[in-house]
Design a protein around this ligand. Structure first.
Ligand SMILES: Nc1ncnc2c1ncn2[C@@H]1O[C@H](COP(=O)(O)OP(=O)(O)O)[C@@H](O)[C@H]1O
Ligand SMILES: O=C(O)C(=O)C[C@H](O)[C@H](O)COP(=O)(O)O
Length: 317
């Protein structure tokens, strides 16, 4: 069986390194028969959102030697996301998902079992790429896709911590990928290694049994992260540190598809946090970016650029 190849030798690490799985997207707009092609995958979304805000970003993943993998390589190139650490696995496909829209919001249907990214192993991780970053970002999805991917993520988290690289983690709970008991154990072990932990009120309810955002923040601060963010959909996000906490309101939007909103929040937040080291200002910026991302179909297509976000912060309340 042919072995995976890396795109090109790694020279210098970008500031933000995301780790996980890209998913080719087929998204059915409301009232339409057709599925619009696009790009998703939470950590790829985060990388692209950060690049659109002007950050230096790279991605650690694997894609298949197929058209969908190639379309991601083309996308990352166009968006300015460094893909020198992306592997091409000739023996496995790029993951795919369908998005449909029902009364409860979007529904994801995955075709990703045995995907190239799920076959990544901890031994393949470029430690230098992790050590040279300012922050790494990964998620519950990145750990749900296979036990070897979960191990790779733990290795990345430990490597980053030892090197003094900030760790950002999004719980992104997907119960179609793993049972709640394993999800809870893995996600909370990873959260204990994170500096910045983002969850949503829905994820946190499943993971902790708590509905109240303050109690959710207390729970996750208790695991070790210095900054906890609980996203609250149209109500914005609670940002909590040990010293201070505040709900940052969302901006007014006309939402059509929230796919990728949380990931856009992550990418915009990390970009701004690296600039200002102010989690509350970064969350204000990230709320505006994530709100704008709900106004179009698909994860990547409606993601705003910095000038879109700055205009929204001035003009929309
Ligand atoms: N209806 C909305 N109006 C304004 N902003 C929104 C809306 N829905 C989502 N957002 C923005 O997207 C962020 C993430 O949304 P949320 O639904 O909480 O998380 P996730 O997409 O991860 O499930 C919110 O914190 C907010 O900034
Ligand atoms: O579910 C997965 O595994 C994916 O990666 C597909 C989606 O692109 C993200 O889940 C979107 O994430 P949100 O920003 O939370 O809407």
């Amino acid at each position: 069986m042919p072995s995976p190849t890396v795109q090109s030798p790694v020279t210098q690490s970008p500031d933000i390194v995301c780790i996980g799985e890209p998913l080719f997207e087929l998204n059915q707009a409301k009232g339409s028969e057709a599925f619009l092609p696009g790009h998703g995958g939470d950590t790829s979304n985060c990388a692209i959102a950060a690049a659109r805000q002007g950050a230096s970003v790279g991605y650690v993943t694997a894609v298949g030697a197929d058209n969908f993998g190639q379309s991601f390589l083309d996308l990352w190139k166009k968006e300015g996301v460094d893909f020198s650490a992306v592997k091409i696995d000739p023996a496995a496909p790029t993951g795919i998902y369908f998005v449909t829209h029902g009364p409860e919001g979007h529904v994801f249907s995955y075709r990703r079992a045995g995907s190239a990214a799920s076959r990544m192993t901890p031994e393949e991780l470029s430690l230098g790429y992790i050590r040279g970053a300012k922050v790494i970002h990964t998620s519950g999805i990145s750990q749900a896709i296979s036990s070897q991917a979960a191990d790779l993520v733990f290795k990345a988290l430990k490597t980053a911590r030892e090197a003094g690289v900030l760790v950002s983690y999004d719980t992104n709970l997907r119960l179609r990928l793993w049972p709640i008991e394993r999800a809870r154990a893995v996600i909370h072990a990873a959260a204990a290694l994170a500096d910045i932990l983002k969850t949503s009120s829905d994820d946190a309810f499943e993971l902790t049994g708590e509905k109240d955002a303050d109690k959710i923040a207390d729970f996750y601060l208790g695991l070790g992260p210095k900054i906890v963010i609980v996203t609250l959909g149209a109500d914005g996000a609670l940002v909590a540190t040990k010293e201070k906490r505040m709900v940052i309101p969302a901006i007014a939007v006309k939402p059509v598809d929230a796919t990728g909103a949380g990931d856009t929040f992550d990418g915009a937040f990390l970009t701004e946090y690296l600039r200002s080291k102010d989690a509350f200002a970064a969350a204000r910026y990230a709320n505006a970016a994530a709100g704008l991302a709900t106004e179009g179909y698909g994860a990547v297509a409606p993601m705003p650029t910095r000038s879109d976000v700055e205009a929204a912060l001035l003009n929309r309340k």
